[in-house]
Design a protein. Structure first.
Lengths: 159, 183
């Protein structure tokens, strides 16, 4: 019997098995929510669009998702509404929204200023990551149309 | 036959094969995951540069005076569905915008850049008065509001460096800045 390459085949099988077992174990941990790799990533918040709004601060605890949204455009903004959707349904279902506090026709958000947006999402699972999509609708003080921008958020819920 | 080192060579080939078998799928997976985000960010940036650039060019020509003109070059992002200049008349005031809608098949992004100066365009090979993009602007559906569109088509909406002619001219008795693709 020709035994050329027997060692190679044995090594290949051994390596294959080790990789398979390791991947299965990691896969199982992720599947059963024991291991959440997303939790090791930093929190991010991005509103996309043409750069008029920038999400700079975020906090998620209890039932409230709070965002700090800065006007990085050139014009005052008279209204901002932010919509959030939990894409994995970890914390809530449906689309939640809220208007920015204190931003109105009479008190527009000046360029460079930051506005607070507190969205009541109804509940949260502390320690779990919220992976969601964000949509902002805003209107410039001297504008006629409602502008839109869309982005993403990833934040770990606090206690 | 000299078999010295056969085991070593086999071992080397196998290790290389295994490393490749792990690295290649991982690289493809990571590329596909990150590519979406990177493309999205790049597209946003290009759209902003194009919109802000054209609106600023139009403003500059407007204040330079009647019949001022220049040719500018801007980078058009991928997947442009509509590119247009439009005027919104709410009965009391007129507002002017340059806009583009980007659709990658999964999601659509609407970018409208407000102009401080009156805008227009010139109907021709690459410009029509098609108002299909109207459905994306809710204020155009509002009663009492009218929207007039100049939609760009074909080459100017394809990705890459494109030239636009910006000129100040008379249009309907008013002085306006015209943005027209210049191929």
């Amino acid at each position: 019997m020709n035994k050329k390459g027997q060692l190679s085949i044995e090594t290949l099988i051994l390596y294959g098995l080790i990789v398979l077992v390791a991947l299965s174990a990691v896969g199982a941990l992720i599947y059963f929510d024991v291991l959440d790799l997303g939790g090791y990533l930093p929190d991010t918040c991005d509103l996309g669009g043409k750069g008029d709004l920038k999400c700079e601060e975020m906090q998620f605890s209890g039932t409230t998702l709070s965002l700090g949204v800065r006007n990085t455009g050139q014009r005052p903004i008279e209204s901002i509404t932010i919509y959030v959707e939990d894409e994995e349904g970890t914390h809530f279902s449906g689309i939640k929204s809220a208007d920015a506090t204190g931003v109105a026709v009479t008190t527009p958000l000046a360029p460079g200023d930051i506005a607070a947006v507190k969205i009541d999402v109804g509940g949260s699972n502390p320690g779990k990551v919220l992976r969601g999509s964000l949509k902002a609708e805003y209107k410039f003080k001297d504008g006629a149309i409602t502008q839109e921008s869309a982005g993403n958020i990833r934040i770990t819920a606090g206690i | 036959m000299n078999r010295k080192g056969q085991v070593s060579i086999e071992y080397l080939i196998l290790t290389g094969f295994i490393v490749l078998a792990i690295i290649v799928p991982s690289a493809i997976f990571l590329y596909s995951v990150t590519n979406q985000n990177v493309q999205g960010t790049l597209s946003n940036q290009k759209a902003s540069d194009l919109g802000n650039g054209l609106v600023n060019d139009a403003k500059q020509m407007y204040y330079l005076g009647l019949y001022s003109n220049k040719i500018v070059e801007h980078d058009v992002p991928d997947n442009v569905k509509y590119m247009y200049v439009f005027e919104l008349d709410d009965g009391a005031n007129k507002y002017y915008y340059f806009g583009l809608i980007i659709s990658d098949g999964k999601k659509e992004s609407v970018y409208n850049f407000q102009s401080d100066v009156p805008l227009t365009s010139e109907v021709g090979t690459y410009v029509t008065t098609d108002d299909s993009a109207k459905s994306y602007i809710q204020e155009c559906q509002a009663p009492g509001n009218t929207c007039n569109f100049f939609s760009f088509k074909d080459s100017p909406t394809k990705p890459g460096k494109k030239q636009f002619k910006i000129e100040t001219k008379f249009d309907g008795g008013d002085v306006k800045s015209s943005i027209t693709p210049f191929i």
